[in-house]
Design a protein around this ligand. Sequence first.
Ligand SMILES: [Zn+2]
Length: 462
Amino acid sequence: MSLAAESPSLSSSSSDDFAAILDAELEFDSSEPFPDDDETNSVEEDDELHEQRNKKRKVEDFESSEGLQERVMLEKNLEKTGTSAESENPTDICPPHPGFFRGLCMRCGQLEEDDGSGVAFGYIHKDLKLGATEMDRLRGADLKKLLREKKLILILDLDHTLLNSTRLVDVSIEEDYLIRQADSTKDDPGRSLFRLDSIHMLTKLRPFIHDFLREASSMFDMYVYTMAERSYALEMVKLLDPGNVYFNSKVISQSDCTQRHQKGLDVVLGAESVAVILDDTEFVWQKHKENLIQMERYHFFSSSCRQFGFSIKSLSESMKDEMESDGALATILNVLKKSHQRFFDPELGIDLSSRDVRQVMKKIRQEILQGCKIVFSRVFPYKSRAEDQSIWKMAEQLGATCSTDVDSSVTHVVATDSGTEKARWAVQNKKFLVSPSWIEAANYRWNRQKEEDFTISTPRNN
Ligand SMILES: [Zn+2]
Protein backbone atom coordinates (compact mmCIF):
# COMPACT_ATOMS: atom_id res chain seq x y z
CA MET A 1 0.00 0.00 0.00
CA SER A 2 1.41 3.32 -0.96
CA LEU A 3 1.80 5.72 1.90
CA ALA A 4 1.78 8.71 -0.37
CA ALA A 5 -1.34 10.06 1.24
CA GLU A 6 0.22 10.06 4.68
CA SER A 7 3.58 11.51 3.89
CA PRO A 8 3.33 13.35 0.65
CA SER A 9 6.57 13.14 -1.20
CA LEU A 10 7.32 16.14 -3.29
CA SER A 11 9.02 14.09 -5.93
CA SER A 12 5.87 12.20 -6.79
CA SER A 13 3.46 13.94 -9.07
CA SER A 14 0.31 15.31 -7.53
CA SER A 15 -1.80 12.99 -9.66
CA ASP A 16 -0.14 10.01 -7.96
CA ASP A 17 -1.00 11.52 -4.62
CA PHE A 18 -4.52 12.07 -5.68
CA ALA A 19 -4.80 8.52 -6.92
CA ALA A 20 -3.30 7.18 -3.71
CA ILE A 21 -5.72 9.14 -1.58
CA LEU A 22 -8.70 7.94 -3.54
CA ASP A 23 -7.36 4.42 -3.61
CA ALA A 24 -6.94 4.51 0.14
CA GLU A 25 -10.36 5.97 0.62
CA LEU A 26 -11.90 3.36 -1.60
CA GLU A 27 -9.71 0.65 -0.11
CA PHE A 28 -7.92 -0.19 -3.34
CA ASP A 29 -4.48 -1.60 -3.23
CA SER A 30 -2.83 0.76 -5.65
CA SER A 31 0.34 -1.30 -5.79
CA GLU A 32 -1.64 -4.13 -7.46
CA PRO A 33 0.25 -7.15 -6.15
CA PHE A 34 0.16 -10.53 -7.81
CA PRO A 35 -2.70 -12.74 -6.68
CA ASP A 36 -0.40 -15.07 -4.79
CA ASP A 37 -1.03 -14.14 -1.19
CA ASP A 38 -3.18 -17.09 -0.26
CA GLU A 39 -0.67 -19.11 1.74
CA THR A 40 0.57 -16.39 4.04
CA ASN A 41 -2.33 -16.26 6.41
CA SER A 42 -0.71 -15.52 9.73
CA VAL A 43 1.52 -12.81 8.32
CA GLU A 44 -1.40 -11.46 6.42
CA GLU A 45 -3.48 -11.01 9.52
CA ASP A 46 -0.83 -8.79 11.08
CA ASP A 47 -0.53 -6.91 7.83
CA GLU A 48 -4.23 -6.55 7.68
CA LEU A 49 -4.43 -5.06 11.14
CA HIS A 50 -1.63 -2.70 10.32
CA GLU A 51 -3.27 -1.79 7.06
CA GLN A 52 -6.61 -1.22 8.76
CA ARG A 53 -4.99 1.25 11.12
CA ASN A 54 -3.19 3.01 8.31
CA LYS A 55 -6.34 3.18 6.31
CA LYS A 56 -8.24 4.60 9.21
CA ARG A 57 -5.60 7.23 9.78
CA LYS A 58 -5.53 8.10 6.10
CA VAL A 59 -9.24 8.50 5.95
CA GLU A 60 -9.14 10.68 9.04
CA ASP A 61 -6.42 12.80 7.47
CA PHE A 62 -8.45 13.05 4.35
CA GLU A 63 -11.58 14.05 6.17
CA SER A 64 -10.14 16.33 8.80
CA SER A 65 -7.39 18.26 7.10
CA GLU A 66 -7.22 20.42 4.10
CA GLY A 67 -3.98 18.71 3.20
CA LEU A 68 -5.25 17.52 -0.12
CA GLN A 69 -5.88 20.92 -1.54
CA GLU A 70 -2.79 22.37 0.06
CA ARG A 71 -0.74 19.63 -1.50
CA VAL A 72 -2.21 20.23 -4.91
CA MET A 73 -1.51 23.93 -4.67
CA LEU A 74 1.96 23.41 -3.25
CA GLU A 75 2.96 21.09 -6.01
CA LYS A 76 1.44 23.32 -8.60
CA ASN A 77 3.65 26.13 -7.36
CA LEU A 78 6.67 23.89 -7.26
CA GLU A 79 6.02 22.82 -10.79
CA LYS A 80 5.69 26.39 -11.95
CA THR A 81 8.97 27.44 -10.42
CA GLY A 82 10.66 24.29 -11.56
CA THR A 83 11.74 23.27 -8.06
CA SER A 84 10.21 19.84 -8.27
CA ALA A 85 12.75 17.59 -9.95
CA GLU A 86 10.55 15.06 -11.73
CA SER A 87 7.43 17.09 -12.21
CA GLU A 88 5.58 16.57 -15.43
CA ASN A 89 4.31 19.53 -17.35
CA PRO A 90 0.68 19.58 -16.26
CA THR A 91 -0.49 20.79 -19.62
CA ASP A 92 0.71 17.50 -21.13
CA ILE A 93 -1.76 15.48 -19.11
CA CYS A 94 -4.57 17.90 -18.29
CA PRO A 95 -7.23 17.95 -19.64
CA PRO A 96 -8.91 15.68 -19.05
CA HIS A 97 -8.79 16.83 -15.47
CA PRO A 98 -9.12 13.76 -13.25
CA GLY A 99 -11.20 15.54 -10.67
CA PHE A 100 -11.79 18.67 -8.73
CA PHE A 101 -11.42 19.56 -5.11
CA ARG A 102 -13.18 22.75 -4.08
CA GLY A 103 -13.45 23.73 -7.72
CA LEU A 104 -9.76 23.26 -8.56
CA CYS A 105 -8.28 20.41 -10.57
CA MET A 106 -6.54 17.94 -8.31
CA ARG A 107 -3.69 17.56 -10.75
CA CYS A 108 -3.03 20.89 -12.42
CA GLY A 109 -4.83 23.24 -10.07
CA GLN A 110 -6.84 24.87 -12.85
CA LEU A 111 -10.28 26.19 -12.13
CA GLU A 112 -13.07 23.73 -12.82
CA GLU A 113 -14.76 24.15 -16.17
CA ASP A 114 -18.12 22.48 -16.01
CA ASP A 115 -18.72 20.39 -19.12
CA GLY A 116 -21.41 18.41 -17.33
CA SER A 117 -19.49 15.12 -17.33
CA GLY A 118 -18.17 15.39 -13.79
CA VAL A 119 -19.95 13.75 -10.86
CA ALA A 120 -19.81 14.97 -7.27
CA PHE A 121 -18.80 12.36 -4.70
CA GLY A 122 -19.95 14.13 -1.59
CA TYR A 123 -20.07 10.93 0.42
CA ILE A 124 -16.33 10.44 -0.10
CA HIS A 125 -15.53 14.07 0.54
CA LYS A 126 -17.90 16.99 0.51
CA ASP A 127 -15.83 18.98 -1.97
CA LEU A 128 -14.85 16.21 -4.34
CA LYS A 129 -15.90 15.93 -7.96
CA LEU A 130 -14.52 13.39 -10.41
CA GLY A 131 -14.19 13.48 -14.18
CA ALA A 132 -15.34 10.65 -16.46
CA THR A 133 -11.83 9.35 -17.19
CA GLU A 134 -10.92 9.18 -13.54
CA MET A 135 -14.20 7.43 -12.68
CA ASP A 136 -13.44 4.83 -15.36
CA ARG A 137 -9.96 4.34 -13.96
CA LEU A 138 -11.26 3.88 -10.43
CA ARG A 139 -14.01 1.50 -11.56
CA GLY A 140 -11.45 -0.53 -13.49
CA ALA A 141 -9.13 -0.70 -10.49
CA ASP A 142 -12.00 -1.66 -8.22
CA LEU A 143 -13.13 -4.41 -10.59
CA LYS A 144 -9.67 -5.96 -10.74
CA LYS A 145 -9.38 -5.89 -6.99
CA LEU A 146 -12.84 -7.38 -6.49
CA LEU A 147 -12.32 -10.22 -8.94
CA ARG A 148 -9.00 -11.02 -7.32
CA GLU A 149 -10.76 -11.25 -3.96
CA LYS A 150 -13.69 -13.17 -5.44
CA LYS A 151 -16.10 -10.44 -4.47
CA LEU A 152 -18.99 -8.62 -6.12
CA ILE A 153 -20.68 -5.35 -5.15
CA LEU A 154 -23.83 -5.21 -3.06
CA ILE A 155 -25.85 -2.02 -2.83
CA LEU A 156 -28.29 -1.92 0.04
CA ASP A 157 -31.30 0.28 0.48
CA LEU A 158 -32.20 1.05 4.12
CA ASP A 159 -35.91 1.68 4.71
CA HIS A 160 -38.22 -1.31 4.20
CA THR A 161 -35.23 -3.35 3.00
CA LEU A 162 -32.91 -3.63 6.01
CA LEU A 163 -35.04 -1.88 8.62
CA ASN A 164 -38.17 0.06 9.40
CA SER A 165 -38.34 3.39 11.23
CA THR A 166 -41.19 5.42 12.63
CA ARG A 167 -41.31 8.88 14.11
CA LEU A 168 -41.89 8.67 17.86
CA VAL A 169 -44.99 10.85 17.53
CA ASP A 170 -46.50 8.30 15.13
CA VAL A 171 -46.22 5.37 17.53
CA SER A 172 -49.75 4.08 18.11
CA ILE A 173 -51.21 3.17 21.49
CA GLU A 174 -50.97 -0.49 20.60
CA GLU A 175 -47.27 0.00 19.91
CA ASP A 176 -46.51 1.73 23.20
CA TYR A 177 -45.00 -1.45 24.58
CA LEU A 178 -42.18 -1.04 22.05
CA ILE A 179 -40.93 2.13 23.74
CA ARG A 180 -40.67 0.28 27.05
CA GLN A 181 -39.05 -2.64 25.28
CA ALA A 182 -36.49 -0.40 23.60
CA ASP A 183 -35.64 1.24 26.92
CA SER A 184 -35.33 -2.01 28.85
CA THR A 185 -33.06 -3.66 26.28
CA LYS A 186 -30.75 -0.65 25.93
CA ASP A 187 -27.69 -2.60 27.07
CA ASP A 188 -28.41 -5.78 25.15
CA PRO A 189 -25.88 -6.06 22.31
CA GLY A 190 -28.22 -8.30 20.35
CA ARG A 191 -31.21 -5.96 20.39
CA SER A 192 -32.96 -4.95 17.20
CA LEU A 193 -35.20 -2.15 18.46
CA PHE A 194 -33.76 1.31 19.03
CA ARG A 195 -35.21 4.51 20.40
CA LEU A 196 -33.24 7.36 18.86
CA ASP A 197 -34.14 10.48 20.78
CA SER A 198 -31.74 12.68 18.85
CA ILE A 199 -33.74 12.18 15.67
CA HIS A 200 -37.08 11.39 17.37
CA MET A 201 -37.32 7.96 15.81
CA LEU A 202 -37.94 4.38 16.74
CA THR A 203 -36.09 1.94 14.50
CA LYS A 204 -36.53 -1.80 14.11
CA LEU A 205 -33.86 -3.78 12.31
CA ARG A 206 -35.17 -6.55 10.08
CA PRO A 207 -34.78 -10.06 11.53
CA PHE A 208 -31.60 -11.86 10.45
CA ILE A 209 -29.88 -8.55 9.58
CA HIS A 210 -26.62 -9.19 11.44
CA ASP A 211 -26.15 -12.68 10.01
CA PHE A 212 -27.08 -11.31 6.63
CA LEU A 213 -24.48 -8.54 6.70
CA ARG A 214 -21.79 -10.81 8.08
CA GLU A 215 -22.32 -13.48 5.45
CA ALA A 216 -22.85 -11.06 2.58
CA SER A 217 -19.66 -9.18 3.45
CA SER A 218 -17.60 -12.27 2.70
CA MET A 219 -18.91 -12.28 -0.88
CA PHE A 220 -19.61 -8.60 -1.54
CA ASP A 221 -18.15 -5.14 -1.13
CA MET A 222 -21.12 -3.34 0.39
CA TYR A 223 -22.65 0.12 0.01
CA VAL A 224 -25.65 1.69 1.67
CA TYR A 225 -27.73 3.67 -0.81
CA THR A 226 -30.76 5.52 0.46
CA MET A 227 -33.01 8.34 -0.67
CA ALA A 228 -33.11 9.50 2.94
CA GLU A 229 -31.08 12.39 4.29
CA ARG A 230 -27.45 11.84 5.18
CA SER A 231 -27.85 12.46 8.91
CA TYR A 232 -30.52 9.76 9.13
CA ALA A 233 -28.51 7.38 6.94
CA LEU A 234 -25.48 7.71 9.21
CA GLU A 235 -27.60 7.02 12.31
CA MET A 236 -28.94 3.86 10.68
CA VAL A 237 -25.48 2.73 9.62
CA LYS A 238 -24.36 3.08 13.25
CA LEU A 239 -27.05 0.56 14.22
CA LEU A 240 -26.30 -1.81 11.35
CA ASP A 241 -22.54 -1.60 11.50
CA PRO A 242 -21.50 -0.50 14.98
CA GLY A 243 -17.94 -1.73 14.47
CA ASN A 244 -17.65 0.12 11.15
CA VAL A 245 -16.48 -3.02 9.39
CA TYR A 246 -18.92 -3.20 6.48
CA PHE A 247 -19.52 0.18 4.95
CA ASN A 248 -16.70 2.54 5.89
CA SER A 249 -17.46 5.72 3.89
CA LYS A 250 -19.66 3.93 1.37
CA VAL A 251 -22.92 5.49 2.48
CA ILE A 252 -24.78 7.19 -0.34
CA SER A 253 -27.78 9.36 0.49
CA GLN A 254 -30.24 11.78 -1.05
CA SER A 255 -27.82 14.64 -1.64
CA ASP A 256 -25.51 12.36 -3.63
CA CYS A 257 -28.11 11.44 -6.24
CA THR A 258 -27.57 13.14 -9.57
CA GLN A 259 -31.17 12.80 -10.71
CA ARG A 260 -34.28 13.75 -8.80
CA HIS A 261 -36.22 10.78 -7.36
CA GLN A 262 -33.80 8.35 -8.99
CA LYS A 263 -30.93 6.31 -7.70
CA GLY A 264 -28.08 5.71 -10.12
CA LEU A 265 -24.90 3.69 -10.23
CA ASP A 266 -23.12 6.80 -11.55
CA VAL A 267 -22.17 7.69 -7.96
CA VAL A 268 -20.84 4.21 -7.23
CA LEU A 269 -17.18 3.74 -8.09
CA GLY A 270 -17.69 0.12 -9.04
CA ALA A 271 -18.51 -1.69 -12.27
CA GLU A 272 -22.17 -2.22 -13.18
CA SER A 273 -21.36 -5.74 -14.35
CA VAL A 274 -20.69 -6.88 -10.78
CA ALA A 275 -23.27 -4.79 -8.91
CA VAL A 276 -26.28 -6.32 -7.18
CA ILE A 277 -28.88 -3.97 -5.74
CA LEU A 278 -31.36 -4.79 -2.97
CA ASP A 279 -34.23 -2.35 -2.79
CA ASP A 280 -37.97 -2.54 -2.16
CA THR A 281 -38.65 0.20 -4.74
CA GLU A 282 -38.11 -0.68 -8.38
CA PHE A 283 -39.13 2.74 -9.65
CA VAL A 284 -36.00 4.52 -8.43
CA TRP A 285 -33.73 2.19 -10.36
CA GLN A 286 -35.07 2.87 -13.87
CA LYS A 287 -31.62 2.57 -15.45
CA HIS A 288 -30.51 -0.49 -13.52
CA LYS A 289 -33.44 -2.89 -13.31
CA GLU A 290 -31.24 -5.80 -14.32
CA ASN A 291 -29.05 -5.23 -11.28
CA LEU A 292 -32.00 -5.14 -8.91
CA ILE A 293 -33.37 -7.73 -6.57
CA GLN A 294 -36.65 -6.27 -5.46
CA MET A 295 -37.27 -6.85 -1.76
CA GLU A 296 -40.57 -7.61 -0.13
CA ARG A 297 -41.27 -4.47 1.91
CA TYR A 298 -40.60 -4.69 5.61
CA HIS A 299 -43.46 -2.92 7.36
CA PHE A 300 -42.96 -3.38 11.06
CA PHE A 301 -44.61 -0.22 12.40
CA SER A 302 -48.21 0.80 11.94
CA SER A 303 -47.23 4.21 10.53
CA SER A 304 -45.34 2.39 7.78
CA CYS A 305 -48.44 0.36 6.88
CA ARG A 306 -50.59 3.50 6.86
CA GLN A 307 -48.08 5.33 4.70
CA PHE A 308 -48.45 2.64 2.05
CA GLY A 309 -52.22 2.54 2.35
CA PHE A 310 -52.62 -0.76 4.20
CA SER A 311 -55.41 -0.82 6.72
CA ILE A 312 -54.29 -4.12 8.24
CA LYS A 313 -52.63 -4.47 11.63
CA SER A 314 -48.88 -4.00 11.46
CA LEU A 315 -46.43 -6.65 12.65
CA SER A 316 -45.78 -4.52 15.73
CA GLU A 317 -49.47 -4.22 16.59
CA SER A 318 -49.93 -7.97 16.22
CA MET A 319 -46.76 -8.50 18.27
CA LYS A 320 -45.27 -10.50 15.42
CA ASP A 321 -42.25 -10.22 13.21
CA GLU A 322 -40.70 -11.87 10.16
CA MET A 323 -38.98 -15.18 10.86
CA GLU A 324 -35.21 -15.14 11.25
CA SER A 325 -34.81 -18.42 9.40
CA ASP A 326 -37.01 -17.88 6.36
CA GLY A 327 -37.72 -14.17 6.31
CA ALA A 328 -36.84 -11.92 3.40
CA LEU A 329 -33.19 -11.41 4.29
CA ALA A 330 -32.49 -15.11 4.78
CA THR A 331 -34.25 -15.87 1.50
CA ILE A 332 -32.30 -13.27 -0.43
CA LEU A 333 -29.02 -14.26 1.17
CA ASN A 334 -29.47 -17.63 -0.52
CA VAL A 335 -30.01 -15.92 -3.87
CA LEU A 336 -26.86 -13.87 -3.29
CA LYS A 337 -24.88 -16.99 -2.46
CA LYS A 338 -26.11 -18.71 -5.60
CA SER A 339 -25.34 -15.67 -7.77
CA HIS A 340 -21.87 -15.35 -6.30
CA GLN A 341 -21.15 -19.04 -6.69
CA ARG A 342 -22.23 -19.09 -10.33
CA PHE A 343 -20.39 -15.90 -11.18
CA PHE A 344 -17.13 -17.36 -9.90
CA ASP A 345 -17.82 -20.90 -11.13
CA PRO A 346 -14.36 -22.21 -12.11
CA GLU A 347 -15.90 -24.45 -14.74
CA LEU A 348 -16.72 -21.38 -16.82
CA GLY A 349 -13.02 -20.78 -17.46
CA ILE A 350 -10.43 -18.46 -16.01
CA ASP A 351 -11.49 -15.21 -17.65
CA LEU A 352 -13.65 -13.41 -15.12
CA SER A 353 -13.54 -10.01 -16.74
CA SER A 354 -16.26 -10.76 -19.27
CA ARG A 355 -18.73 -12.12 -16.73
CA ASP A 356 -21.81 -10.19 -15.79
CA VAL A 357 -23.80 -10.73 -12.61
CA ARG A 358 -26.90 -9.36 -14.35
CA GLN A 359 -26.84 -12.31 -16.73
CA VAL A 360 -26.25 -14.68 -13.84
CA MET A 361 -29.26 -13.34 -11.93
CA LYS A 362 -31.42 -13.36 -15.04
CA LYS A 363 -30.64 -17.04 -15.53
CA ILE A 364 -31.37 -17.93 -11.90
CA ARG A 365 -34.67 -16.07 -12.11
CA GLN A 366 -35.64 -17.96 -15.26
CA GLU A 367 -35.33 -21.26 -13.45
CA ILE A 368 -37.99 -20.41 -10.87
CA LEU A 369 -41.13 -21.12 -12.92
CA GLN A 370 -39.46 -23.16 -15.62
CA GLY A 371 -41.89 -25.67 -17.12
CA CYS A 372 -44.99 -23.72 -16.14
CA LYS A 373 -47.39 -22.66 -18.88
CA ILE A 374 -49.70 -19.95 -17.65
CA VAL A 375 -53.00 -18.64 -18.93
CA PHE A 376 -54.48 -15.50 -17.36
CA SER A 377 -58.20 -15.21 -16.95
CA ARG A 378 -59.68 -11.73 -16.58
CA VAL A 379 -56.69 -10.48 -14.65
CA PHE A 380 -55.92 -7.64 -17.02
CA PRO A 381 -57.91 -4.49 -17.74
CA TYR A 382 -60.39 -4.82 -20.60
CA LYS A 383 -58.89 -4.30 -24.08
CA SER A 384 -55.29 -4.03 -22.82
CA ARG A 385 -52.53 -6.01 -24.45
CA ALA A 386 -51.77 -9.03 -22.27
CA GLU A 387 -48.08 -9.07 -23.19
CA ASP A 388 -47.67 -5.53 -21.84
CA GLN A 389 -48.96 -6.34 -18.37
CA SER A 390 -46.35 -6.38 -15.62
CA ILE A 391 -47.53 -9.70 -14.17
CA TRP A 392 -47.23 -11.33 -17.62
CA LYS A 393 -43.68 -9.98 -17.98
CA MET A 394 -42.87 -11.06 -14.44
CA ALA A 395 -44.01 -14.62 -15.16
CA GLU A 396 -41.84 -14.71 -18.27
CA GLN A 397 -38.83 -13.40 -16.40
CA LEU A 398 -39.40 -16.23 -13.92
CA GLY A 399 -39.12 -18.68 -16.80
CA ALA A 400 -42.80 -19.46 -17.36
CA THR A 401 -44.46 -19.50 -20.78
CA CYS A 402 -47.55 -17.32 -21.00
CA SER A 403 -50.45 -17.84 -23.34
CA THR A 404 -53.84 -16.28 -23.98
CA ASP A 405 -55.56 -19.57 -24.87
CA VAL A 406 -56.03 -22.78 -22.95
CA ASP A 407 -54.87 -26.11 -24.31
CA SER A 408 -53.69 -29.37 -22.79
CA SER A 409 -50.11 -28.07 -22.31
CA VAL A 410 -51.28 -25.34 -19.91
CA THR A 411 -50.27 -26.01 -16.29
CA HIS A 412 -51.70 -22.97 -14.47
CA VAL A 413 -54.68 -20.68 -14.85
CA VAL A 414 -54.21 -17.40 -13.02
CA ALA A 415 -57.44 -15.65 -12.08
CA THR A 416 -59.05 -13.59 -9.34
CA ASP A 417 -62.52 -15.09 -9.82
CA SER A 418 -63.15 -18.84 -9.79
CA GLY A 419 -66.28 -18.39 -11.91
CA THR A 420 -64.65 -17.43 -15.20
CA GLU A 421 -64.75 -19.83 -18.12
CA LYS A 422 -61.02 -20.52 -18.00
CA ALA A 423 -61.09 -20.94 -14.23
CA ARG A 424 -63.76 -23.60 -14.55
CA TRP A 425 -61.80 -25.21 -17.37
CA ALA A 426 -58.79 -25.42 -15.03
CA VAL A 427 -60.83 -27.23 -12.38
CA GLN A 428 -62.38 -29.63 -14.91
CA ASN A 429 -58.99 -30.44 -16.46
CA LYS A 430 -57.15 -30.74 -13.12
CA LYS A 431 -54.87 -27.76 -13.79
CA PHE A 432 -53.68 -25.43 -11.05
CA LEU A 433 -55.99 -22.50 -10.45
CA VAL A 434 -54.15 -19.75 -8.57
CA SER A 435 -54.34 -16.05 -7.79
CA PRO A 436 -51.85 -13.56 -9.32
CA SER A 437 -50.05 -13.35 -5.99
CA TRP A 438 -48.68 -16.84 -6.67
CA ILE A 439 -46.47 -15.23 -9.31
CA GLU A 440 -45.59 -12.22 -7.16
CA ALA A 441 -44.62 -14.45 -4.27
CA ALA A 442 -42.34 -16.49 -6.50
CA ASN A 443 -40.80 -13.26 -7.67
CA TYR A 444 -40.05 -12.07 -4.12
CA ARG A 445 -39.03 -15.41 -2.70
CA TRP A 446 -37.10 -16.66 -5.74
CA ASN A 447 -38.84 -19.98 -5.43
CA ARG A 448 -41.92 -21.64 -6.86
CA GLN A 449 -44.58 -21.41 -4.17
CA LYS A 450 -47.03 -24.12 -3.21
CA GLU A 451 -50.12 -23.63 -5.35
CA GLU A 452 -52.48 -24.65 -2.55
CA ASP A 453 -51.43 -21.53 -0.61
CA PHE A 454 -52.73 -19.34 -3.44
CA THR A 455 -56.10 -20.76 -4.29
CA ILE A 456 -58.83 -18.33 -5.22
CA SER A 457 -61.69 -19.59 -3.07
CA THR A 458 -59.72 -18.87 0.08
CA PRO A 459 -57.93 -15.63 -0.69
CA ARG A 460 -54.92 -14.81 1.44
CA ASN A 461 -55.23 -11.78 3.64
CA ASN A 462 -52.05 -10.18 2.41
ZN1 LIG B 1 -6.19 19.38 -14.48
